[in-house]
Design a protein around this ligand. Structure first.
Ligand code: A2P
Length: 290
């Protein structure tokens, strides 16, 4: 187990990244939350109910609203962990530096906690993704070196994509954010990351809501007076995976962060892991069309 995790302080348990940076172990996700008042309100609300880690992306088109929500929350910048991701078409050395500047302007921040390469093989760079990926990482290292970003990482990278980065990397990626839920466990990639000291994060940790009606997950949750959503999120946490649930509903937001007062047994975790894989709900990282 990594040091410093499971502080058991509701909402604010921490993982420690491989460069020593602490990261709140549940993030609030903002995918498909369109730019505008709804996102501003949701982010403000999420921070209000205890989230200290907000995850957005250039591709989501909502950085400005996320930034407004952060500002309106009134919280000190240093108390928040903010992640954004580089858009596929902006990969490459110079374009990454420009894209980063744009993201920071929209977010209204002067430093970022975590910057991720959103996808490993952008459609526009399909034939030369290997070189483009390394150039992009070099720009990430520069931003890190300049102190503009506290940690740098990847998203949707499978082992062969990570290996490619590492050929020329000077700084190890701290994070890989993957689609992970009980029906798509990504066991091999997660184990690979663990061996390399890369923190795994889970997007769509509720499998787009598909896990909510699963009788086994529901039954296990009931033993602890928890919902299926909370049970799945706890299952992720107990594998050292950092879930990034999203909800626009304040009650469900709070529910999704309230997962620090129970422990699944090993047998319960194994039962959930063994439910059977139905596969990914999102795109295949090697074959995306954007
Ligand atoms: P809503 O915003 O209405 O709460 P995922 O993150 O796996 O893609 O799943 C997100 C979906 O699951 C959202 O549509 C969200 O809808 C819903 N959701 C999030 N948290 C919960 C919860 N605790 N219980 C039920 N549904 C949830």
């Amino acid at each position: 187990k990594q040091k410093g995790m499971y502080l058991h302080e509701k909402y604010k348990g921490l993982f420690v990244l491989n460069n020593g940076v602490k990261i709140p172990c549940v993030g609030y996700g903002t995918w498909r939350t369109p730019d505008g008042i709804d996102t501003v309100q949701a982010v403000r609300e999420a921070i209000g109910c205890g989230y200290r880690h907000i995850d957005t992306a250039q591709l989501y088109g909502n950085e400005e609203s996320v930034g407004k929500g952060i500002k309106e929350s009134g919280l000190n910048r240093s108390e928040l962990f903010v992640t954004t991701k580089l858009k596929n078409t902006d990969q490459g050395y110079d374009s990454t530096l420009r894209a980063f500047e744009g993201s920071m302007k929209r977010l209204g921040l002067d430093y970022l906690d975590l910057y991720l390469i959103h996808w490993p093989v952008p459609a526009v760079f399909k034939d030369d993704w290997k070189q483009v990926s390394r150039d992009t990482w070099r720009a990430f290292e520069r931003l890190y070196g300049e102190g503009l970003v506290r940690s740098i990482g990847l998203s949707n990278f499978l082992p062969h994509h990570i290996d490619n980065i590492e050929v020329s990397a000077h700084i190890k990626p701290s994070v890989d954010q993957l689609e992970i839920h009980p029906f798509f466990t990504q066991k091999e990639t997660a184990a690979y990351c663990r061996r390399k000291g890369i923190q795994v994060q889970a997007w769509s940790p509720l499998g787009h809501g598909t896990i909510l009606d699963n009788p086994v997950i529901k039954e296990i949750g009931l033993r602890y007076h928890k919902t299926a959503a909370q049970t799945a999120l706890r299952w992720e946490l107990q594998q050292d995976i950092l879930p990034i649930p999203k909800s626009l509903n304040p009650e469900r937001m709070a529910q999704n962060a309230d997962i620090f007062d129970f422990n699944l047994t090993q047998e319960e975790c194994l039962r959930i892991t063994g439910l059977g894989e139905t596969g990914r709900t999102g795109p295949d990282p090697d074959n995306i069309d954007f």
